[in-house]
Design a binder for this molecule. Structure first.
Ligand SMILES: C[S@@+](CC[C@H](N)C(=O)[O-])C[C@H]1O[C@@H](n2cnc3c(N)ncnc32)[C@H](O)[C@@H]1O
Length: 193
């Protein structure tokens, strides 16, 4: 067991492998992630409600989202942003790899009579066929991608934007990154023991 633990705790090379789509789409983990998305007080899967409301208003105003706009949100989660964008009358599409989040987003859109197109797919290999005035990728998802995936996604986004379209994304600052302390821990779990 200790040999296995030593192996598990070996530090991988930068971007040696990625399990981020598995993390979000695993049926068991994605249920807990959805709870985090919908908790207004924590920043675990989506930002807290105060920040979220401010950033939604900022995006709507800064990029003049209105009934004339076509907006695509990549990694839309349970639709916290898409839902508000659609209330302006904009034509909104959300793509997310989590089936659980897409099902939740579709349900609340239907309840509020909002006609939002939700697609359950991996945005790295999904073929985007329409053009958009605004494409968003929110909550530092760009940071987890390896350089090849960043290239793939940026090319996809570039070719899916209308002339004068905009791409909004957020990243962690170098200062934030430098202040992160790496650590690992182990816990015994009865459910798997
Ligand atoms: C940190 S959460 C942010 C969710 C949302 N943007 C928000 O701020 O409320 C990242 C989201 O991206 C989705 N995601 C991660 N990688 C993805 C991929 N390759 N394709 C599609 N969705 C992905 C996850 O399922 C998750 O909903």
């Amino acid at each position: 067991m200790f040999e296995r633990l030593i192996d598990i705790f070996k530090k991988p090379k930068e971007f040696e492998y990625s399990n981020s789509t598995e993390l979000w789409s695993n049926p068991h983990i994605s249920k807990q992630m959805l709870k985090f998305h919908l908790d207004p007080n924590v920043d675990h899967a989506s930002r807290n409600k105060i920040f979220l409301d401010k950033s939604i208003n900022w995006i709507i105003q800064k990029f003049h989202i209105s009934s004339k706009s076509k907006v695509l949100d990549l990694g839309c989660g349970p639709g916290l942003y898409t839902h508000e964008f659609a209330k302006t009358g904009a034509k909104v599409t959300g793509i997310d790899v989590s089936k659980n989040s897409i099902e939740y987003a579709s349900k609340i859109a239907e309840e509020d009579n909002l006609n939002i197109e939700y697609i359950n797919a991996n945005y790295l290999n999904y073929d985007i066929t329409k053009k958009y005035d605004l494409i968003t990728l929110i909550y530092c998802d760009y940071c987890v991608l390896n350089p090849d995936d960043r290239n793939t996604l940026l090319n996809k986004i570039f070719s899916s934007l209308e002339d004068n379209g905009s791409f909004v994304f957020d990243v962690l600052s170098t200062n934030h990154f430098n202040n992160i302390k790496e650590k690992h821990s182990c816990n015994y779990s009865h459910s798997y023991g």
